[in-house]
Design a protein around this ligand. Structure first.
Ligand code: SF4
Length: 414
């Protein structure tokens, strides 16, 4: 390992970091311009995008400090029994990479995670050291997201929050039984304890800031977590329930869902096939419905099929509307914001536009069409002064009329 160059380490440790979700998308066709054909690549590792607290999309150097690990989580490519190429950065090497990338304008910040080396405290200290050097020795003002290790001493995790903009602690699996089975070295209570402590540190820091202008900042961009989807038997209903509990208990900024991907030399307790990527997408949509559209977790569960999973062919909002057709049609000229947000095809921006426009005139179907992306999906669920869907809302084949056309799957898609 001593002979590895920085570039070799970066290749290994940026690739190993791709399993940590820090942005809400995954799965795209693999393309590159190696061989001189075309320009650009979807395969390169190392730089990912995330949303800053002010809503900007920023580029982050996403890397592990090391992919050595003393734990043996079955779903993880870096587990100690895995036969992968290993590498390890020193904190100073990560600092140098971050500063060099930053100066070249490649990135606006750093997303740093790590396998566990020696013990949890030692690893957490190394992660904190990267952030400390950047902030204290280089006055680095870019974005820093640190993954924290719940088994580490709370005081060291606290240090992470003093330097990072965002900290995250992965709950890993939606159920305690799944965690015990697939991550035997981890403990659900310990993870929840670390989440709770960080929540209270964030609240205290905000409170202190109100009273003392120079009070230290603590994870001003909040904390987030990640759940792996499809590695255990948990259904979408279980996952939605768990996400809702996490949002309510720990005021999380985000729950990320990461579709489990089969790894080389996979443990026999894991499924052989990855879940369809669209499942991850449906979970993000349901997360969005809970956070911005006023849906309760129980309502998302109502949209699920008998097996507890959300339908894959249609989005959860449309699934709910088709099951509860008596809530429609809604009159776009009179309905409340909450009712309009339930209409399939109306997003928060369209609803805002409708509410603003109807102050000045009575809306016709054409007006709504101009304010939305697609009137086809909206039409069966609304009434305007010149449109009433009559029997359309109750048609037995409405689902097939509105479901997007199935696309031919790519043979070699990721
Ligand atoms: S602690 Fe578990 S999930 Fe994290 S790197 Fe080690 S084996 Fe992977």
């Amino acid at each position: 390992m001593a002979s590895q160059t920085i570039i070799q380490k970066l290749r290994i440790l940026a690739d190993a970091a791709k399993y940590d979700a820090s942005c809400a998308s995954s799965g795209t066709a693999k393309k590159n311009s190696l061989g001189g054909k075309g320009i650009g690549s979807t395969e390169g590792m190392g730089i990912c995008h995330a949303y800053a607290p002010d809503g900007r999309c920023i580029s982050l150097l996403k890397v592990l400090l090391t992919n050595h690990c003393i734990f043996d989580c079955h779903y993880c490519i870096n587990r100690k029994s895995s036969n992968v190429e290993r590498a390890r950065f020193t904190p100073q090497e990560v600092v140098d990479l971050t500063l060099n990338f930053y100066r070249r304008n490649y990135i606006e910040g750093l997303f740093l995670s790590s396998g566990i080396i020696r013990n949890s405290n030692h690893t957490m200290e190394q992660l904190v050291e990267v952030a400390r050097i950047l902030r204290e020795e280089h006055d680095f003002r870019g974005y820093i997201h640190l993954k924290t290790i719940p088994e580490a001493d709370p005081e060291i995790i606290h240090q992470a929050g003093l330097y990072a903009d965002r900290v995250s602690i992965n709950v890993e699996l939606p159920t305690d039984s799944g965690l015990t089975r697939l991550a035997p070295d981890k403990n659900a209570r310990q993870i929840e304890g670390a989440l709770a402590k960080t929540t209270s540190d964030i609240v205290e820091a905000k409170d202190a800031k109100k009273r003392f202008r120079h009070a230290p900042r603590f994870a001003p961009a909040g904390q987030s977590t990640q759940m792996i989807v499809g590695a255990d038997a948990a259904t979408d209903s279980d996952i939605v329930g768990k996400a809702s509990t996490l949002y309510n208990s720990f005021s999380l900024r985000r729950v990320y869902y990461s579709a489990f991907s089969p790894i080389p030399d996979a443990s026999a307790v894991l499924p052989l096939k990855r879940p369809p990527l669209i499942r991850e997408h449906r979970l993000y949509q349901s997360d969005w419905l809970m956070r911005f559209y006023g849906y309760k977790p129980g309502e998302i569960v109502q949209a699920a099929e008998k097996d507890g999973n959300l339908p894959l062919d249609i989005d959860p909002k449309l699934a709910w509307a088709l099951k509860f057709r008596d809530a429609f049609p809604v009159d776009v000229n009179r309905a409340s914001r909450e009712q309009l947000l339930r209409v399939p095809g109306l997003g928060t921006t369209s609803v805002k536009r409708i509410l603003a426009a109807r102050r000045h005139r009575t809306l016709r179907l054409d007006d709504v069409a101009k304010l939305t992306l697609s009137i086809t999906k909206v039409r069966p669920f609304i009434v305007t002064c010149d449109w009433r869907p009559t029997f359309l809302t109750d048609r037995a084949d409405l689902r097939s009329m509105l479901a997007p056309k199935q696309e031919q799957l790519e043979l070699f898609a990721a």
